[in-house]
Design a protein around this ligand. Sequence first.
Ligand SMILES: [Zn+2]
Ligand SMILES: [Zn+2]
Ligand SMILES: [Zn+2]
Ligand SMILES: [Zn+2]
Length: 404
Amino acid sequence: MSRVLALLVALAAPWTPLLRAAAARPEHAPCAALALSPAPAPTGRPALQDAPICKKCQSTGRLPCAAHPRSDCLLEDEVLFCSVVADCTACAGAAWVPCTDCDNAPARARIEEKKASVATRRVALEYIDQTMKRPIRKAESKHFVLVWEMDRLKVDKKWLESHELLHLYLKRLEALYDDYCARMQITDKEFAEKFRVFVWQFPQDHHDAGLRFCRQSAKGGVKLMGQTPSYSVCGNKQNFQDDERLHRNIVHSVTHLILSAQRPVAWIGNIKAGWLDEGLAHFFEDRYWDVCDTYCYQEANTNVDFKGGRFRLAVRRMVEEGKFPPTAEVFQQNVDTLTLPMHATAFSYVEFLLNRDAERFNQLVKKLKAKVATRDALREIYGWSVFDFEAQWKSWVLSTYPTK
Ligand SMILES: [Zn+2]
Ligand SMILES: [Zn+2]
Ligand SMILES: [Zn+2]
Ligand SMILES: [Zn+2]
């Protein structure tokens, strides 16, 4: 922003809509003269100072559909489809209607576009209702389809109802996806399909959905890795103490899905690369909470815990005392044979390698998916023997991990 414009913004609060118009059109010199001699509208749109301000819609050209609370309508802007509003006859699932007091063609077009998207997605997602034999609460965003059948939950000391939770969790999933891509330095090109996440209130629904959408059933969460990546979990109080626990479980589990779906599509957890599969899932738990307490292959409700989930502290202590699991052994395990100390160590390996550089980490992922043994992949990509790796990793742990 030029100094003149910045000064005007600071001094002239009542003129700010005008100044914003000037700022939005950098091709016009931002000067006070703009206020006196308006330039002709560049794209057929009336210059802002000439446009009639519609009080009814604040000149947005749209109004929230009267059938829903305004706060609900705002939520809909972030999704392609939401079953909670999809069947509304007044807005056809767009959640907004054109303002009747002004004519705003772009706003009208956006509403029509949303209606069309809702109509298409409704048909595409019908199989979920048919499979569960009843209407299911669900929404779809750019990278996820989320089924949310949970009741209210307390989030940050505030009770949220199921519709808000549906949108909140979809937003959290998109945030995880973005963060995953940023950390791994990859883009949408690495993925072919959307991810499906099912969160149920009742164990019976989770059981049925597990079998039907993930081809397996268990009391804890179940995943379909690779193609049609899907996760089903029963999110009620019997399984998750609170919103944070449930959120963390979903972050961990969906990280597994994303890794398996990343090209080339393959699950590495059962081909002796359990360390990277679990390590990366713990990496994202730790990233947001500094705690890792999700264990996919343990019975639910057994309260598995390793050092209170403080993996960095635990790993540092193991390294200091020389009591860490032998690296060559960790590199041989599948996800279901990793011991708890191995989980913590695997997390640390992933953090060490990914912090070092994402490009080689991705090469490693590709090699492991091609069933190359970790020890051979490390040599090819990093030029390290297992012994070299262990020495580098240990010294990194001792120089970066906390002592308390
Ligand atoms: Zn209006
Ligand atoms: Zn909604
Ligand atoms: Zn409506
Ligand atoms: Zn896991």
